[in-house]
Design a protein around this ligand. Structure first.
Ligand code: PEP
Ligand code: MN
Length: 355
C-alpha cells in the first residue's frame, strides 16, 4: 500500500541544519524541563521532546511523571515558543496530549512492535490533524514498521515521519541498539517521501557515540535528528549515559557536515555503511569462534590431548573451501582465510595449554 503523505511542516527550516528535536529522555521536574528547554531554545532548537510516560523493561524503574508533566510542556510552549512532543502508547495518552495541545507525537519502539496498540492509537487519531513520528519496532522487522505506518496513515494522518532508533540484540555490543542501516534505507526505497529522523541517543546508548551517529544519519540523507539533551545528564532519572547538555548538543550540530546529497553519494554511503556493518559482524563472529576455541583448548588440556589434530584441520579446510565455491568465491581465497583463522585459534589454544 502506498502511503498518502503531506509535508510535516514542523518548523521554518534554515537549511544549514537538519530538523532537530531535542530534550530530555524524561520530564522529571518542572525545573528540569524549563531549565533544559530554555537552554535549548537559546541554541536555536525549535522542537522540544520529553517523555511523560516511560515504558520500562522492568517494574520499579521511573515510569514517567504522567499527566502532570503535560502542564510543563505547555509552559515550554508559552515561555520559549518551541513546539513540544512526547511519546504516546495508549488511547488515554493520545487523548491527554490532544487536550493539552501537544504539537507532535511519537510512538515508541515497544509500542510499534504491537499491532493491537498501534490500532488503538490509530483509532484515537481518526479525524485529528497532528504530525506523528513512528519509531522502528524493537525487532528488525521492516514489514511490522510499515504495517504500523499504514495503520496510522489509514486513520487519516498524512503528516507522518519515522525515527530510526536501532534494533535490540541479545548480546549488548558497541551500540545499545544495532543501527542495521540497510533497514531504514530499504524503508526509504519502499516509502519515498517519508521523512526519516535519526535517533543517535538510543542507537548509541553512550554520549560519545552521539556525534558520529548524527553524522552518519546526515551522510545517509536523513531529514532530521532527535537527540536526548538534559541540563544535568549525569543526574537524569532515565538514560543518563546517553544524554548530552544543550551546550554539547549545539557543538555537535555545529560540527555536522551536511553534504549535498546526490543520488550517487547517497547510495555509495549506504553501501559503505552496509560494508561497515558486515565487517563488525565478521569481527564479532570471529571473536565468538575464538572463545569457543579456547574452551576446546581447556578441554584438551584437561584430557592431555594435543592442540592440533590434523584430520580435523584438513576436514575444515576442505569443507569451507567447497562452501566458498558454492557462494561464488575462489576456494584458494577461502582456504587462506581459514588458515589464518586456524592459526589464531591454535595460538589461543596454546596460550590456554601454557596457563
Ligand atoms: C525515548 O525516545 O525516550 C524512548 C523510550 O525511545 P524508544 O522507544 O526508542 O526506546
Ligand atoms: Mn530515552
Amino acid at each position: 500500500m502506498e502511503l498518502n503523505l503531506t509535508p510535516l511542516n514542523l518548523t521554518d527550516q534554515d537549511n544549514k541544519r537538519p530538523i532537530v528535536i531535542a530534550g530530555p529522555c524524561s520530564a522529571e521536574t518542572e525545573e528540569q524541563v524549563m531549565n533544559t528547554a530554555t537552554q535549548l531554545s537559546k541554541k536555536g532548537v525549535k522542537l522540544f521532546r520529553a517523555g511523560i510516560w516511560k515504558p520500562r523493561t522492568k517494574p520499579g524503574g521511573f515510569e514517567g511523571v504522567g499527566e502532570p508533566g503535560l502542564a510543563w510542556l505547555q509552559q515550554v510552549q508559552k515561555e520559549t515558543g518551541m513546539k513540544v512532543c512526547t511519546e504516546v502508547a495508549t488511547h488515554a495518552h493520545v487523548e491527554a496530549c490532544l487536550k493539552a495541545g501537544v504539537d507532535l507525537l511519537w510512538i515508541g519502539a515497544r509500542t510499534v512492535a504491537n499491532p493491537f496498540a498501534m490500532q488503538e492509537i490509530a483509532d484515537t487519531l481518526k479525524g485529528v490533524d497532528i504530525p506523528i513520528l513512528v519509531k522502528n519496532p524493537v525487532n528488525p522487522d521492516l514489514e511490522l514498521w510499515i504495517g504500523g505506518l499504514e495503520r496510522i496513515n489509514q486513520a487519516g494522518i498524512t503528516r507522518l515521519g519515522v525515527i530510526h532508533r536501532g534494533f535490540s540484540t541479545y548480546e549488548k555490543k558497541l551500540y545499545r541498539n544495532l543501527p542495521m542501516w540497510h533497514i531504514p534505507i530499504e524503508l526509504r526505497r519502499r516509502c519515498p517521501g517519508l521523512p526519516i529522523f535519526g535517533d543517535p541517543s538510543h542507537i548509541g546508548g553512550k554520549r560519545e557515540l552521539v556525534a558520529p551517529l548524527c553524522q552518519q544519519a546526515m551522510d545517509l540523507g536523513f531529514d532530521g535528528l532527535i537527540v536526548e539533551s538534559h541540563c544535568n545528564p549525569d543526574a537524569a532519572w532515565s538514560d543518563a549515559s546517553q544524554q548530552v547538555t544543550p551546550d554539547v548538543l549545539d557543538f555537535i550540530l555545529d560540527k555536522l557536515v551536511i553534504r549535498k546529497i546526490t543520488e550517487t553519494t547517497e547510495s555509495l554511503s549506504a553501501l559503505r555503511h552496509q560494508i561497515d556493518e558486515i565487517d563488525n559482524s565478521l569481527i564479532e563472529l570471529m571473536a565468538k569462534r575464538m572463545r569457543i576455541s579456547r574452551e576446546i583448548g581447556e578441554y584438551k588440556r584437561q584430557h592431555d590431548m594435543t592442540v592440533v589434530q590434523t584430520t580435523r584441520y584438513t576436514e575444515i579446510l576442505d569443507k569451507r573451501g567447497a562452501q566458498g565455491v558454492l557462494c561464488g568465491m575462489s576456494s584458494d581465497f577461502i582456504k587462506d582465510v581459514f588458515e589464518s583463522i586456524h592459526e589464531e585459534s591454535v595460538r589461543q589454544q596454546i596460550e590456554i595449554m601454557n596457563q
